[in-house]
Structures are given as C-alpha cells and as structure tokens.
Ligand binder design. Sequence first.
Ligand code: AMP
Length: 114
Amino acid sequence: MSTQPDCIFCKIVAGELPASIVYQDAQMVVFRDIAPKAEVHLLAIPRKHIASLDDLAANDAELIAHMMLKLPELAREQGLTDGYRTIINTGAGGGQVVFHLHIHLLGGKRLPGF
Ligand code: AMP
C-alpha cells in the first residue's frame, strides 16, 4: 500500500493519528471531519495515497467506484434519510487543503446553503 510520510490522512490510515473512524475496509477508511461544517460531516478516503482527483489513474476505477457506492450506505447509517451532499475539492484553487484524495459527506442540520 503506497503511503506518504508527511500525509496526515496516511497517518490516520496507519493508526498513527487518532480519528473518529465510522467505517473501514481493505480499500477505504471513513472518519468524522475534525471541524464539521454540518451535523454529519464524514471524510471517505482510500487507504492508498492518491494526492487528488487529478492523480486518479485508470486502474483506480474499481477503488473509486467502491468508495462512491459505499456513500449512500454510510449516509443511511448516519440517519440522513432526507438527502446529503458529497464534495471533492481538487487542488488549491478548488479549496483542497489536505492532499490525500477525500470525499466529504455532509448532511443533517447545519448543512449550509450552496
Ligand atoms: P479539503 O479542504 O477538501 O482538503 O478538506 C480537508 C478537511 O480535512 C477539512 O474539512 C478539515 O477539517 C479536515 N481535517 C483536517 N485534519 C483532520 C484530522 N486530523 N481529522 C479529521 N479531519 C481533518
């Protein structure tokens, strides 16, 4: 599994940095955002280090499909029966701060307008 020594999300995957993990399997880890922007704010990340959506390769197709298919299940488990929002920020201009690919899953009260 490729990891990046200075990457905080790789450290969460490795168990070297604490996180409130709500789901994990062989390919991905999902944890609560440390500064939630809504009642429910999860981050879904691949275990393997991929810096951003720009760095996703053709052979990551199965991985990203697996992650996307898991999101509705996670939303249901979090009680988001009325809908939810998914966001991928890409690059500095896209608002990406942590350069390990992650999908934000937001919902519930305090979901800001868009
Ligand atoms: P982005 O702007 O898309 O790169 O989002 C990065 C997100 O990671 C932000 O919403 C941060 O609050 C969140 N974040 C940063 N460090 C941690 C951490 N150690 N545990 C959980 N979430 C984090």
